[in-house]
Design a protein around this ligand. Structure first.
Ligand SMILES: *Cc1c(COP(=O)(O)O)cnc(C)c1O
Length: 385
């Protein structure tokens, strides 16, 4: 039989690379502490929602200074459920960026609405100056993506949303703990959605996600929608979905939230700034501009290279350094997006970035000396220094 399951070794195949993007083994080296807590869940048979999920929602709300947290099955469902809660679907349009992970756009399409793309800027985030031109009578929401953990220009986006009466649904999957002009991103717009996927900054042992919102009416609807629309065991208010954060994953999330997230965020920021400095001397590598009013949390560390991108990656791999491309194909050029009838050239900045971007490991377990080694190999490739 033909094998249609094409990703069985997605996360194990790079594990032997010395300087890797994936660091899951180190991250969960203290798993025995987590297992002890999971044993308690099993002893109490508290398997769906329950205490641990409740605790996670309360802790996140407090940390983010947000009124409501709704824990759900994954980051994609988080986006989809917010769209559904707003009644967005067939005949509606949602504005977003073509330079994102496929799930952003997938959530819009599966809601029944049509994604409308707006090009990005040199910082990989949606170009807020181009949003207004994309608005039509059918537009219901803007879905900005805080790419790599850098918040979009939320003040401008908020102004536009107000003027045209649009919802702002922030795909914040890269951006936990980021800040925009000193403020939490949650203080803008209607909802922020997050993923707890193993490769995200705050992660669990599988899938998970959550939604933050200060709007009580929206929160109420989301609590219903994620759990079949059930108000209690016997009464269904609206037909909904089954997308709950798994209780066992909530144990992992609570553990990491309490003991690790601050350190993760801090280390990623320090590593990124160190890389900025080291790479600034290489004229073939263009680091991104930083804005001191914006706290980026570096889910990814990306640069644009002037030339020989694919050869550079191959060279680094041969040196045991796991350089990657996030992502080589913008969404409007994906096969799945054909029906939207976009063509090459429609979003020149996104298309240019897709050809020149490289991501380097930046996670909390990388040591200074490894970053130095990595940069020396990049310089060697370009014969610099
Ligand atoms: C990871 C991610 C998602 C989807 O999250 P899942 O938990 O994998 O469903 C959505 N948007 C962005 C930008 C992401 O990086």
């Amino acid at each position: 039989m033909k094998n249609f399951n094409y990703l069985p070794n997605q996360y194990t195949k790079d594990q032997n690379t010395k300087l890797s993007h994936s660091y899951l083994v180190e991250q969960f080296s203290d798993y025995s502490n987590i297992l002890k807590k999971i044993t308690k869940v099993i002893k109490n048979a508290d398997y769906t929602l329950g205490n641990e999920v409740n605790k996670f929602e309360k802790t996140i709300s407090k940390r983010m200074k947000c009124k409501n947290t709704i824990a759900v099955g994954n980051g994609t469902d988080a986006l989809f459920l917010v769209l559904k809660a707003f009644g967005i679907g067939k005949g509606d349009e949602v504005i977003t960026t073509p330079f994102t992970f496929i799930a952003t756009v997938g959530s819009i399409v599966t809601s029944g609405a049509k994604p409308v793309f707006v090009d990005v800027k040199e910082d990989y985030n949606i170009d807020e100056k181009k949003i207004e031109k994309a608005i039509t009578k059918k537009t219901k929401a803007i879905m900005p993506v805080h790419w790599a953990g850098k918040p979009c220009e939320l003040k401008t986006i908020q102004k536009i949303a107000k003027k045209y009466n649009l919802k702002i649904i922030q795909d914040s999957c890269h951006a936990i703990d980021s800040r925009y002009y000193g403020k939490s991103i949650v203080s803008f717009g209607d909802a922020c959605t997050f993923s707890l996927h193993p490769l995200k900054n705050l992660n669990v042992w599988g899938d998970g996600g959550f939604i933050l919102t200060n709007k009580d009416t929206l929160a109420k609807k989301l609590y219903l929608l994620r759990n079949h629309g059930l108000k209690n065991r016997d009464n269904c208010e609206i037909f909904g979905f089954n997308s709950r954060l798994d209780t066992i994953q909530a144990v992992v999330a609570n553990y990491k939230l309490k003991l690790k997230l601050d350190k993760i965020t801090k280390a990623r920021i320090e590593n990124a700034h160190f890389l900025d400095k080291l790479l600034s001397k290489n004229p073939f590598v263009l680091t991104l501009k930083r804005n001191k009013n914006i706290k980026e949390v570096f889910h990814l560390y990306q640069v644009n290279v002037k030339t020989k991108r694919d050869q550079l990656i191959k060279f680094l791999k041969s040196k045991n350094i796991d350089a990657k491309i996030h992502y080589p194909i913008p969404i409007h050029l994906q096969k799945a997006a054909k029906f939207l009838k976009y063509k090459r050239g429609d979003f020149p900045v996104a298309e240019k970035i897709a050809k020149t971007t490289v991501s380097f490991p930046v996670h909390e377990f990388i040591k200074r000396k490894d970053l130095k080694y990595m940069c020396s190999m990049i310089n060697k490739f370009y014969q610099v220094g």
